[in-house]
Design a protein around this ligand. Sequence first.
Ligand SMILES: [Zn+2]
Length: 296
Amino acid sequence: MRCVVCSTLQLQGLTDWHTSCSACGYEGAALSVKINAQPDGAPVDELEREVGLKSLRQENFRDILSVVLKHVKPGARRLLDVGCAHGWFLETARAHFDVLGVEPDSVVGSRTASRGLPVRPGYFPDALTPDESFDVIVFNDVIEHIPDIASALEACNARLSENGLLVLNLPNSRGFFYRLSKIFARLGWRNPFNRLWQKDLPSPHVHYFNPRNLELLVTRHGFVSVYSGQLPSMRKKGLFERIRCTGDISGFSLYLQYFAVLCSIPVLSVFPSDIIFCVFRKAKSGAFRPGVLSAQ
Ligand SMILES: [Zn+2]
């Protein structure tokens, strides 16, 4: 398998399904997607986990929207949210844009549509009509699930209007928790590593990028970087609910864990976050230079 960023032959990683690129640091996984394969949709514990993450996601979505509004061209109206899931970003953005969501998981998508949000079932870009284009295309925790990421980025370029924005938020391979999980995996405890790749879930991650190799990949597909930052993977608000939803703990140990995590938040802010957030602008046709990056 060659690296999707720089085409270097990838090396075997920490498990038989994990690979890494010695040249650019990209990491990949040979994990297969099984969306809609289960008759009852996503397993219950996964839905519970999502509810636990709602508060964090909503706060992060407000931060994303404020950056988008700073960079979007005047008069931009149409926004597409690829893999919109529960529609939380659609709800955040619809005061400023004509929003549309696309969601491949039929159970999650129909539940979101039943709340009156504009969601179309299926995958990007197949779920769109041939003439549909957008001023902003957003992938919230989605692009790392798409095996043929090069085709997805080309489709984004084709579906964006002139000076349109591509907005990505995704896991960071330089993040504190991911790097910690790799240390544990090397020591023989693979659960956190498997969990961060979402192994054995209907839609596992198949890519892990850092800000630098992500920019290298995206700018090669006709985009220029306009914003690169990170989002917190822990926030005080909603933390208790999140911990309560994550495991089978209760009573005193639940409060103890909550207090321990609460105290760790200021410490964690010193390390790179586990969430990359970046915005790219569609380059004028023929104006972009492929893969020119400053050294980090
Ligand atoms: Zn590479």
